[in-house]
Design a protein around this ligand. Structure first.
Ligand SMILES: [Zn+2]
Length: 275
């Protein structure tokens, strides 16, 4: 599933295509939304925001389109006559004089008034987005040490969107490795220094993944590996999907384990319970 950085990059493309341009054609492929399309024509997209894995396309009439791509949703962006060859189902289409942004296969699409947006059952419960520039380490530590979260294992907690928004499995594995913490640790088990390190890894790796098209590994090492012929999917990660391969920091093989019903990749030597 795409995680926060991938959704933000998709949002950047949609924003670039639509922001400030008058919509001349709007269509929705879900029954509950078909009647909402026409009233949007003639209006403009004022911004495209993201909160974790949710995308919020805001219109200048005050309405907001909330979309969640889940596993299969995908945006296509291009010229006004864009008509991609795909078997996917078209869910939302926005066309201006020059550009188009089309959303296929997403199952969660809602058009919300400001009031409904504020009270939304999923959006209103999201924790701070690690990719937002306003999110700082203190806020992340405060969240992890919150009464509902501090006694839950990090491997579970980091993908709980109500604690922190934007992380999925690859960012969970990569940040725990970078912070040298086992997924079985709970925030209450961590020293101040460990929590600080984790918060810093969460901010740094998520932002680096966004700006580098998905690299969480040490950026110069990843570039060197790619130049040497290592496939991008292997070079981009410290541990994720690298089971059996040597850890870039200690040389021991990366292990694949099950944690919180998801596959987790760890280095047992680098990720310890201690200080
Ligand atoms: Zn290691």
């Amino acid at each position: 599933m795409p995680e926060g950085p991938e959704i933000r990059r998709a949002a950047d493309q949609v924003q670039h295509a639509l922001q400030g341009r008058r919509l001349i054609q709007v269509a929705f492929g879900l029954d509950h939304l078909t009647a909402c399309a026409k009233p949007l024509e003639g209006h403009c997209v004022s911004s495209v925001d993201t909160w974790g894995k949710a995308m919020l396309t805001r219109f200048d009439n005050g309405m907001t389109l909330y979309t969640h791509n889940q596993l299969y949703g995908r945006w296509y962006v291009g010229d006004a006559d864009l008509n991609p060859r795909t078997d996917r189902k078209l869910r939302a289409a926005f066309r201006t004089e020059q550009t188009a942004a089309l959303l296929y296969s997403a199952s969660t699409i809602e058009l919300l008034t400001p009031q409904l947006l504020k009270q939304h059952p999923f959006l209103s419960k999201l924790g701070p987005d690690v990719l937002h520039t306003s999110t700082a380490t203190e806020q992340i530590i405060q969240q992890l040490m919150g009464i509902s979260f501090r006694k839950r294992q990090l491997g579970y907690l980091l993908t709980d969107q109500t604690c922190l928004a934007g992380l999925g499995n690859y960012l969970r594995c990569e940040t725990l490795f970078d912070a040298q913490l086992s997924p079985t640790l709970r925030p209450v088990d961590c020293s101040d220094q460990q929590l600080e390190r984790l918060a810093q890894s969460l901010l740094t790796l998520t932002r680096q993944s966004y700006t580098s098209s998905g690299i969480t590994n040490d950026i110069s090492l990843a570039k060197h590996l790619i130049e040497q012929g290592t496939p991008f999917e292997q070079a981009r990660f410290y541990v994720f999907r690298r089971n059996g391969l040597p850890c870039y920091r200690c040389g021991q093989p990366i292990e694949k384990i099950k944690h919180s019903s998801q596959t987790c990749y760890i280095c047992r030597t680098c990720q310890t319970h201690g200080e």
